[in-house]
Design a protein around this ligand. Structure first.
Ligand SMILES: NC(=O)C1=CN([C@@H]2O[C@H](COP(=O)(O)OP(=O)(O)OC[C@H]3O[C@@H](n4cnc5c(N)ncnc54)[C@H](O)[C@@H]3O)[C@@H](O)[C@H]2O)C=CC1
Ligand SMILES: O=C(CO)COP(=O)(O)O
Length: 329
């Protein structure tokens, strides 16, 4: 089977840094590319990302600002926000060898085009092999070597398996899958549900309401997944139910904590406290895509309306509770 010994990570943010650490611990030779000059300098000089303070880079990790250095790897992990995936892959495409796996590690859907992350890779780097890594995995936990399991998917089972092997360390356990769509769809959708769950927590609506929101959020994820070609077992797995339950239960999730701030009454402009909450960007796209296929997603609809400033939190909660009664499905 192919082995991917040289791994490049694009993005020295929280998750990119954690994945670079993981790959280095797994025995791979790792190049970490960062576009932001100040963070790249900090990574080189202090061996620490400004996005993940307190985590010292493994000595073997090579930091670069030159995309051509990163492009020489056997496989690349793309760990930048979903909305900048397209320009990053477009710059990378002419630099990589044909059949190089490009593994999207972002959780989102592109605005305007409704493209999933691996669709962007297929469009912008047609000679590459698109893959996705997703699952319940907080950067701070992974960087510290706490036990974590994720899923890596590629259309070719042997590629998915080889990528899982390459990233496997004593504490980081990747499962492999060929359900690319299912894996990427779960990660994008759960962020919107985590905002909803955070609102419930911030509004102090109680544990019963939180369980109801999480469960009905999962129902929406499954409906959306069925409409867009995800396998049911994937949605019940790490990248679906696993990530959803994690991010709907703790302020360690930036999406949950953004929702909590909204629930407490903070303004949309400040509630993320400068951190990336991908669900903010995904919510309107998720809604457009649900509407396009007539998928009923009341929680996502409410979150999108709150984020668009069209609905206040109390009215959203009242609206969800006073919908006509129906059979559970
Ligand atoms: N932090 C976490 O625990 C996890 C994050 N993710 C996902 O990973 C993705 C990245 O998240 P984080 O690393 O946490 O975000 P972050 O905010 O910590 O870092 C973002 C990174 O993207 C880079 N970046 C921003 N704009 C760029 C551009 N125009 N061109 C190139 N690079 C650019 C930044 O310099 C930085 O390296 C998100 O989609 C997130 O949902 C997935 C699993 C876990
Ligand atoms: O996706 C994540 C964990 O699996 C990280 O979640 P947040 O982006 O909400 O912090």
């Amino acid at each position: 089977m192919t082995s991917f010994n040289k791994i490049a990570v694009l993005g020295g943010g929280a998750w990119g840094t954690a994945l670079a650490q993981t790959a280095a611990r797994a025995g791979r030779s790792v190049t970490l590319w960062e576009h932001d000059p100040a963070n790249a300098q900090h990574l080189s000089d202090k061996r620490e990302s400004v996005y993940l303070p307190g985590v010292t880079l493994e000595p073997s990790i090579v930091v670069t600002r030159d995309l051509a250095d990163a492009a020489r790897a056997d496989a690349l992990l793309l760990v930048v926000p979903a909305q900048v995936m397209r320009p990053v892959v477009t710059s990378l495409a002419p630099l990589i060898a044909a059949r190089t796996p490009l593994v999207a590690c972002a959780k989102g859907i592109e605005h305007g085009t409704h493209r999933f992350m691996t669709e962007i890779i297929a469009e912008c780097a047609p000679a590459a092999i698109p893959a996705i890594l997703s699952g319940p995995s907080f950067a701070a936990d992974v960087a510290r070597g706490l036990p974590t399991a994720v899923t890596i998917a590629a259309a070719d089972a042997a590629v998915a398996q080889a990528l899982a092997q390459a990233m496997n360390s004593g504490s980081f356990r990747p499962y492999h899958s060929t359900d690319v769509r299912g894996v990427e769809l779960g990660g994008a959708t759960k962020n919107v549900m985590a905002i909803a769950a955070g609102i419930v927590e911030g509004r102090k609506l109680g544990a019963s309401a939180l369980a109801a929101m999480t469960t009905r959020g999962f129902v929406e994820l499954v409906r959306f997944g069925k409409a867009y070609g995800a396998r049911i077992e994937t949605m019940h797995g790490l990248s679906g139910l696993g990530d959803l339950t994690m991010c709907c239960s703790t302020p360690q999730s930036r999406n949950f904590s953004f929702g909590m701030a909204l629930g407490r009454g903070e303004s949309i402009d400040t509630a993320a406290h400068g951190k990336l909450a991908e669900g903010y960007y995904t919510a309107p796209v998720l809604l457009e895509m649900a509407q396009a296929k007539h998928v009923d997603m009341p929680i996502s609809t409410a979150v999108a309306a709150i984020l668009a400033g069209k609905l206040d939190v109390d009215k959203a909660i009242e609206g969800l509770l006073t919908r006509p009664l129906k059979a559970e499905e």
